[in-house]
Design a protein around this ligand. Structure first.
Ligand SMILES: Cc1ncc(COP(=O)(O)O)c(C=O)c1O
Length: 350
């Protein structure tokens, strides 16, 4: 059967696998926060609902202005999109040219190979170190004349560790300015090691720095799809040209503003997650000693060939986790009782 006119390379793209969802099951498979929307968010959505017969503000002006004031960067340097996953795709579309490459670590966020192939860039995947961190020196060595961007996922989904300031400094020092250094900080709010850098604060003034953030995780808006990036003005402008017109809808814009207004409560919830993270990782290490350090709202069980089997064991007990066949299992930090349930599942499995 002919597949023309469909591009042949699309068939080779691994499909994005969403974290499983089953009614009644504990969902620890998608790195969401477990506390519901932040105060004021549902009301903001309800108010905005009365206007959905109109197109939203395509410039996402209020939200970009608010982010600009908070982050101390000009609004023209901010682009918004339907989740940072969409924006990452748009950035790659904006920089792809025939034969060009993007370097990133593996295993890392599963959307990178998809976005790269769709955009027409070749993926250069650099294996993580034995302790599940980015191998920054090998990544630098993989940058060549065809490289357009190097992506550092910090903290890294799905393994958990962050890239240090010293490592990022090395990347910026080593790669030419024509290569974008993309720092994906989807989980930045969960970082509580003061030594770890804030990508916007530390590298925001570099011409080739691009930092991605999202409202999906700590800010509790995964279902509304709002993400943003900060880059130099012409890079942000190029990305905005690729974004589908009116991508971020009106209720989503209103909800993101309301979420920002509830920052104190967001921080309180994040502190609950990070304190549980410490407890659950310590418990998990009693059974799987090499659980890597995590600065995120999830942890990694490097179970290799037993990953799928453990996920099935959890599912049989009504707990959904995210297995990566042959490699490991990512588990989201949830409510205390959910974390107890996963620890119990681990103990029983041993
Ligand atoms: C590392 C990383 N980047 C980006 C995203 C995309 O998030 P969203 O598209 O919901 O903003 C995710 C979501 O899982 C992620 O783990």
């Amino acid at each position: 059967m002919t597949t023309e006119p469909i591009r042949e390379d699309l068939a080779a793209i691994p499909r994005y696998v969403p974290g499983k969802a089953l009614p009644q099951a504990l969902k620890l498979s998608s790195n969401e926060v477990p506390y519901g929307p932040l105060p004021g968010v549902a009301e903001a959505i309800a108010d905005a609902a009365g206007n959905v017969h109109r197109y939203p503000d395509m410039g996402v002006t209020l939200l970009r202005d608010e982010l600009s004031a908070r982050l101390g960067v000009d609004a023209e340097r901010i682009a918004t999109g339907t989740g940072s996953v969409a924006l990452i795709g748009h950035l790659l579309q904006a920089i792809a040219s025939p034969g060009s490459e993007v370097v990133y670590s593996w295993r890392s966020f599963e959307a990178y190979p998809i976005a790269a192939t769709v955009a027409g860039l070749k993926s250069v995947q650099v294996p993580n170190t034995a302790d599940h961190r980015h191998d920054v020196d090998a990544m630098i060595a993989a940058v060549g004349p065809k490289t357009r961007a190097i992506i550092l996922c910090s903290p890294n989904n799905p393994t958990g560790p962050s890239v240090t300031a010293e490592e990022l400094d090395r990347v910026f020092a080593a790669v030419p300015e024509s290569v974008l250094v993309v720092i994906d900080e989807a989980y930045r709010e969960f970082v509580n090691d003061p030594e770890l850098p804030d990508g916007i604060e530390r590298y925001g003034d570099r011409p080739n720095a691009v930092v991605f953030r999202t409202f999906s995780k700590a800010w509790g808006l995964a279902g509304l799809r709002v993400g943003y990036m900060v880059a130099r003005p012409d890079v942000a402008d190029a990305v905005r040209r690729c974004v589908i017109p009116f991508a971020v809808n009106g209720p989503a814009q209103a909800a993101a503003l309301a979420a920002l207004a509830a920052e104190d409560e967001m921080r309180r919830r994040v502190a609950l997650v990070t304190s549980e993270r410490k407890r659950v990782v310590m418990g998990a290490r009693e059974i799987v000693p090499d659980v890597p350090e995590t600065q995120s709202n999830f942890f990694w069980l490097p179970l290799g060939e037993r990953a799928v089997e453990f996920a099935a064991h959890c599912e049989a007990r009504g707990i959904l986790v995210r297995p990566f066949a042959g490699d490991g299992v990512r588990v989201t930090v949830g409510l205390p009782e959910e974390n107890d349930a996963i620890l119990e599942a681990l103990r029983d499995w041993r």
